[in-house]
Design a protein around this ligand. Structure first.
Ligand code: NZQ
Ligand code: ZN
Length: 392
């Protein structure tokens, strides 16, 4: 038995949730300054009309804005550096990210870089720790990464195609405006990728060696069940407000650290996936749908009872009391089957990733200070190689 660990839970992001809430963006921004960098992705917000509504709201609040679009999925360091230069030149007070995890992470990295007297990549290699950052505001259009309230920021350095994260309290956005109606226009694939990412954020925390965590276990199971119930509905009825709203809020709770309180999470699947999307530029959620079940198949022996609980509580699997391993495997089967049912890939080949760079991806996977990947089971790079082999 291991007791609930001591913890500090600090989730300062102001969440403004519901219909039409994006009209409040100007007023929220004006609380942080007079001049904002309006940062967004590849243009979906122009097609949906959200871009115009943001500008109207900023103007109505008397906020001066400059804009920088072009944050790509798996956001790039070069655009971050461009944003940093722009903000310094224009003396911007805060950054407003409108979009999904990529626009938000790109904004967070710009916010870290503006006051830093050095290369912003230092924060991603561990060479430096953030001591301050510009405030970041968010209008979320895609429930997935949880970046709207998380302490993390993930950027890809084109030099070596290294995708790396940086965790800091300074990465928590000041506010996040979340209108589920803004997610009606999501392509089904993005809705499904979002589901996989949200579930992965919960499962990374669920598979822990800390045992006295019943409350957060139950919160985690409820979050997973919400996604399992509502994502298929949203895929069939993209304008079902109730389901879109449940998914959006679950996505934030999955990754604002409420579900990590008192426990040490795993995170090996995320580290492994970052190599897939870093090299092959696949959607993060799709990469996780491939990696997570493979990781589970490799590690479930470590704590069969935890996997039995996952199968029974999350998937309502019938418990085989004589053969717990069979029950554990049922949970993994259900997860993989769920991903398939929402048209996600579950094998590397379905992602278009050939076998020939598996060794390279395994060797590049970021390890902790002890040289191992993950916490639930401490993996060597050779274990990671074997997991990727299982994902073929
Ligand atoms: O770029 P635009 O044109 O806006 O289109 C985007 C993009 O093509 C589109 N999209 C977003 N909202 C839409 C929409 N299309 C139609 N209607 C809408 N309402 O969806 C595509 C994917 O967007 P992206 O922001 O890349 O997706 P996501 O939110 O899944 O973010 C993925 C990134 O977040 C990182 C991932 O690694 C990846 O780089 N993560 C960030 C985390 C964090 N900061 O805490 C944690 C996660 O584990 C994750 O690593
Ligand atoms: Zn993720």
């Amino acid at each position: 038995m291991s007791e609930l660990e001591n913890f500090v839970f600090q989730s300062p992001t102001k969440i403004i949730f519901g219909k039409n809430t994006e009209t409040q963006v100007g007023a929220e921004v004006s609380a942080y300054g007079k001049k904002v960098l309006f940062h967004y992705g590849g243009g979906s917000i122009k097609k949906t009309g959200l871009y115009n509504r943001i500008i109207e709201s900023l103007k109505a609040a008397g906020v001066e804005y400059i804009e920088l679009g072009g944050a790509q999925p798996n956001p790039r360091l070069s655009l971050v550096n461009e944003g940093i230069e722009l903000c310094r030149r224009e003396k911007v007070d805060l950054i407003l990210a409108v979009g999904g995890g990529s626009a938000i992470d790109s904004a967070k990295a710009i916010a870290l870089g503006v006051p830093y007297n050095g290369d912003v990549w230092d924060f991603f290699t561990g060479k430096a720790e953030a001591e301050k950052a510009l405030p970041v505001g968010v209008v979320l259009t895609l429930p997935a990464a949880g970046s709207e309230a998380s302490n993390s920021c993930v950027i890809t350095n084109e030099d070596g195609w290294l995708k790396r994260g940086c965790s800091s309290q300074f990465n928590r956005p000041a506010f996040a405006i979340m209108n589920p109606e803004l997610t009606y226009t999501l392509p089904p694939y993005q809705t499904a990728c979002g589901a996989a990412d949200i579930m992965a954020h919960v499962m990374e925390r669920y598979f822990t060696n800390t045992t006295d965590v019943d409350f957060t276990d139950m919160l985690s199971e409820a979050t997973l069940k919400t996604i399992i119930k509502h994502v298929p509905i949203a895929l069939k009825e993209p304008e079902n407000y109730e389901s879109r709203a449940q998914i959006m809020w679950a996505g934030t709770i999955a990754h604002n650290d409420l579900l990590s309180t008192g426990r040490l999470g795993d995170w090996a699947s995320h580290q492994i996936e970052h190599e897939l999307s870093g090299i092959y530029d696949v959607a993060h959620g799709a990469g996780l749908a491939v990696v997570f079940p493979a990781w589970m198949k490799y590690v479930y022996h470590h704590d069969v009872q935890r996997f039995v609980r996952f199968a029974v509580k999350v998937w309502n699997a019938e418990q085989d009391f004589f053969d717990p391993k069979q029950t554990a495997l049922k949970g993994i089967w259900h997860l993989e089957n769920f991903f398939r049912s929402i048209d996600l890939p579950v094998r590397l080949g379905e992602l278009g990733i050939p076998d020939d760079r598996i060794r390279e991806m395994a060797d590049k996977t970021k390890a902790g200070e002890d040289g191992k990947v993950g916490n639930f089971v401490k993996l060597t790079h050779n274990d990671v190689y074997k997991i990727l082999q299982l994902a073929k």
